[in-house]
Design a binder for this molecule. Structure first.
Ligand SMILES: [Zn+2]
Length: 72
């Protein structure tokens, strides 16, 4: 369990969550951080072989500010 965080904008408590990556076919995944610039190909983005980490997101319970982390 991640430690409790306080909002850097207003100081209220934050809740742990994640950012949903949904495609047109109903597939649901956790959004990931990918190293480097987007490499666009005819089939979409090339991400194979690049460092990538699931994004953890914290949302402020008062102002809605989001803070993202992508731990190893
Ligand atoms: Zn806040």
């Amino acid at each position: 369990m991640a430690p409790r965080r306080d909002c850097p904008k207003c100081g209220a408590s934050m809740t742990t969550g994640f950012i949903l990556d949904a495609d047109q076919n109903g597939g649901k995944k956790v959004s990931r951080w990918i190293e480097g610039a987007p490499d666009k190909r005819w089939y979409g983005l090339q991400v194979r072989g690049k460092p990538q980490f699931d994004i953890q997101s914290y949302r402020c319970n008062r102002c809605g500010y989001l803070e993202n982390y992508a731990p190893e």
